[in-house]
Design a binder for this molecule. Sequence first.
Ligand code: 3HC
Ligand code: NAI
Length: 694
Amino acid sequence: MSDAVSFTRDGEIGVITVANPPVNALSQPVRAGLKDAVQAGLADAGVKAMVLICDGATFIAGADIREFGKPLAAPSLVPVIDAMEASDKPIVAAIHGTALGGGLEVALGCHYRVAVPGARVGLPEVNLGLLPGAGGTQRLPRLVGVEKALDFIVQGTHVPAAEARRLGLLDELIEGDLKTGAIAFARRVLAENRGVKRASALPVAPVAADFFANYEAGIARRLRGFKAPFNIIKAVQAAAELPFAAGMKREAELFQDLMTSSESRAQRHVFFAEREVAKIPGLPKDTAQREINTAAVIGAGTMGGGIAMNFANAGIPVTLLEINREALDRGIAVIRKNYEATASKGRLTTADVEKRMGLITPSTAYDDIKQADVVIEAVFENMDIKKEVFRTLDSVAKPGAILATNTSTLNVDEIASATKRPQDVIGMHFFSPANVMRLLENVRGKQTANDVIATVMNLSRRIGKIGVLVGVCDGFVGNRMLHQRTREAMFLVEEGARPEQIDKVLYDFGFPMGPFAMADMAGLDVGYKVREERRKAGKIEPRESLWIDKIVEMGRHGQKTNAGIYRYADGRTPLPDPEIERLIAQCARDAGIAQRQISDQEILERCLYPMINEGAKILEEGIAARALDIDIIWINGYGFPAYRGGPMFWADEIGLKTVCEAYRKYAGQFGDTYWKPAPLLEKLAREGKGFYDL
Ligand code: 3HC
Ligand code: NAI
C-alpha cells in the first residue's frame, strides 16, 4: 500500500483509510493505494466487508487538480472505481467534511454511503470547466433520477448531507463517531444479507423525449460561453439512452474534450488564483493578526448598510453610525427590507432575519464605537468630510483598532494623514451592492502595518469576500482599468459605432452586460458629476467626448428616469433611441469627426486592449503584485467571464505580441496619446512572454 492509503482490520471489517492532506485529493499514490487496499480486502478471507474512510478534515475532495494538463500516471481513476464496485464484498463509504468531484465518484462506486450530518457532497467539476469524468454522470442519474442529477452536476453545489439523504444519494446519517458508526453499518449490511448494491446496475428512470433539449434551452442564456454545462447535459443524456459501458465511454470523450478546452484551462487557473490572492508576496505567512470580534461602520447609506450586513451575516456584531436619527432609521429600514426580501424567497428564516438585525446596533454617538476592533468609514465621497471622520476616529477608537475607508476615488494616504496612526489605516473598497458582490479591494497605504494587512485579508474571507490587496492610485486597480474601456467606448460611438453594437460585442465576449446598458443602470448623473468636478479642477482630457453629458443635460439619467443612452418602454429593457442617434451624429459633426462603419473586432480590441495595457502599468508600478490579482478583481467585481480567466490571462492566451501590434496599428490611426504601449507590455511581447511568466 502507499503512504497515502492504509488497510487495517476491525474483526471481519476491512478499514481503508486515506491520508493525503490537505484535502485527500486523488493524487496518484491515493489511486494506487485504493486499488491495492481493495485487492488486500478481497484477498483476505477473514474480511467480509470494507469501510472507506479519510483522515483529516475531509473525505476525498476530488481529483488532484494540480495533476491536470499533464500526462496522468497510472492507475487512472475509472478502473480503480470499477474495481471497487466489482468487489463482491460490500464497501461502505464513510463521509465527513466534503465528498467532492472524484471523491464523490469514488463513494458512488462503493455499495453504500454513510455520512456525518455536517458533511456535504457535490460534483463541482463544472466550476473548473469540467464534468465528473469518473462515472459521476452515469452513476448519479441511476441513483437520484436524471433531472436531479443534472441540476446537481450543472450547478455543482455542495449539497448538505440531510438533503443528499433525501435524494437517495446517502444511505444513512451517522450521529457520533463516524468510523464506529460506519463499521456498525457494514456489520448490519452483512447481518441482513443486503449484499452489494452497484449503482451501475440500476436502470435509469425514463424522461420525456424533449427533456434534454428543454433543459439546454433553460440554461442557454445564463451559462452562455461556458462549455462544461453543455457537455454535462450530453453525458447525462448518454446515461439515459445508452448502456452503462457505452455511457462511460461517452463521458470519457466529453471529459477529454473539456480537459483540453481553453475554457477549462482558464477556470482551473481561476480556482488557484482565487486561493493565491490571499497569499501576499513579502508578507510572512505567520504574520501576527489583530483580533476582530466587533466592528463599526460609519455612514448607513448605499454602501454602509451593505457593509454592515456582511458583518452581521458572519455573526460579527457591528455598530452602524450616522449623523442623525433620520438617516440612521432610513439605513436600518433598507437593511431590514433586504433581509426580508431574502427571507421571502425562502433563503433565510424569520429567526435568521431577527438574529442578523440583532447583531447590528444603530447609533449616532461615536462613544458607542470606542471598543470596535475594526471601523469602516463609508460616508460621502469628499476628502474634507473623510478627514474629519478620521480625525474623530483617531481620538475615540481604541489603540490598535483598524481604521478602514471605503473610498473609491480618494487617496488613502491623505485620509490616513488625518490621524496620528497611519499604520492602522487601510482601504477596504467594497463593490455595490456591498452585501452581494464578492470582491473587496484592500488598499494598502504607504504606512499600513503588515499585521493590519494580514488581518484585513483574513477578515475579508470571514465576511465571505475575496480580498485582493492593491496599492494607492487613482481608481485603484478595477476602476482604473475600467476607465480605459469607458473612454474608448465613448470614442467609438462618436466615430460611428452604435451603443447597442458595442454593448452586444462585450456581452457576446461574456460580460453580463455592455458598458452603456450598465451606465444607464448605474445612473448617468454619477459619471457626469465626476467629469464636471474634473473639468472644474482644470483636468481636461486631450480628447473629450461630450455626447453622454448632453444626454444627462436633457434630463435623461438612465433607467431611473426611464431614458438615458437607451429608452425604456418597460422600465428595464434598453431600446435604441433614434433621438440619441441624431444627437450623437450632431456631436460628431461638431467635433469634426467623420462617422464610419466600425467592425466588431475593432470594438473588442479598442475596448479591451487598453485595459490590458493599463494592467501592465499597474504591475510595473507595483499597484497589484501579480497578474492574478488583477484577474480576480475583474472576474469578481466586473463580470469578466471566468472562462476567459481574467483580462491578463486572456491577454497571455491571445499573445502580448498581438496586443502590441494592435497598439501600433491604432497609434498609426489615432496618434499615440492613448495608444502608447506600456514598457512592460512591449518588453514581454518582444521576449515572447506573458504576464504569467513574470
Ligand atoms: N486538488 C488539488 N489541490 C486542491 C484540491 C484539489 N482537488 N482542492 C483543494 N486543493 C488545495 C487548495 O489549492 C489549497 O491549497 P493551498 O493551501 O496550497 O492554497 C488547499 O487544498 C486547501 O484548499 P482551500 O483553501 O480551498 O480549503 P477550504 O477548506 O476552504 O475548502 C474544499 C476545501 C471545499 C475541498 C475546496 O478546496 C474545494 O472546493 N476544492 C475543489 C474541489 C473540487 O473541485 N473537486 C473536483 C475536482 S475535479 C475532479 O474531481 C475530476 C473528476 O471528476 C475526474
Ligand atoms: P451614500 O450617500 O449613499 O451614503 C453616505 C452616508 O454617509 C449617508 O447616509 C450620510 O448620511 C452618511 N454620512 C455623511 N457624513 C457622515 C458623517 N460625518 N458621519 C456619519 N455618517 C455620515 O453614499 P455611498 O454610495 O454609500 O458611498 C459611501 C462611500 O462609499 C463613498 O466613499 C463612495 O465613494 C464609496 N463607494 C461607493 C460605491 C457605490 O457604488 N455607491 C462603490 C464603492 C465605494
